[in-house]
Write a protein that binds this ligand. Sequence first.
Ligand code: XMP
Length: 333
Amino acid sequence: DWIMGDYISEAVERIRQQVGDEEVILGLSGGVDSSVAAALIHRAIGDQLTCVFVDHGLLRLNEGKMVMEMFAGQLHARVIHVDATAQFMGQLAGVSDPEAKRKIIGRAFVEVFKAEAAKLKAGTGGHKGATFLAQGTIYPDVIESGGAKSKKAVTIKSHHNVGGLPEQLGLKLLEPLRDLFKDEVRQLGVALGLPPDMVYRHPFPGPGLGVRILGEVKQEFADLLRQADAIFIEELRSTIDDVSGKSWYDLTSQAFTVFLPVKSVGVMGDGRTYDYVVSLRAVITSDFMTAHWAELPYSLLGRVSNRIINEVRGINRVVYDISGKPPATIEWE
Ligand code: XMP
């Protein structure tokens, strides 16, 4: 709309003023904030921006492909896709403690990003070298950075708004979303042409599927979980509630699938199966500090369960998590 258009031209002008003819690096996570920051900065300075997309192998089904299609394919932004799956999996092998897993993922993320940023800082073919690091810091991040509120707050910050990184890399900081609330960031994203489905997505934790595979993370588990989760999300999006006219995806605040590394017995055809279990988790919350489990329709739960068991070889049982927060947390780890 008109006001948003105005906002965009002012923001674009500010970025151009600040950056001049210098070059900018931005870490793209696939999340809303970094995506909107990238789209805005790209609008302002085009090829003076290079995005670095670190894929830790713990993203959802096709997420890496979608990020690349959107930024490289549609926006024609310079994006470097770093597939660091092997590195992350290697470092996670044998580790089952949730906080230890978070630390490893956060640390590996910074390592990989730093290595790419150092290359870009040095400059490559026709590029003289970056001097700015852009981050998708939004206003609530600025306020919160006063103190850690939860057991996970420190990790959340060290993973997302990589603290101290600009100084370590000797780069200046560019944070064009610093004054905006989440909802304004979303509106800006849509106005910049990002797909509404992407901009209005449920939150996804930085450590990704790493904290949704209980205990040790294995490639096989990640692959099974990705398929099951994609089915759950697809059914949530396509099932419309008669009363509100909204999809169950939009009626829930966060919904996902958790992989349980336990096997249980089942029957299929005339054979006995002995396969893994997944749990569906869907919550309704306004602040994520407390949450109710979502009263999803039985018909929807039934469809999801049938599809997962029939379509994902290796999973033969689906359960639904009916725990509130507190005492349970939203994630299982
Ligand atoms: P819990 O499980 O603590 O989750 O009830 C509350 C919200 O925080 C998200 N979450 C994380 N986000 N890094 C993140 O970026 C993390 O390590 C992390 N742990 C939990 C969770 O998805 C939910 O939205």
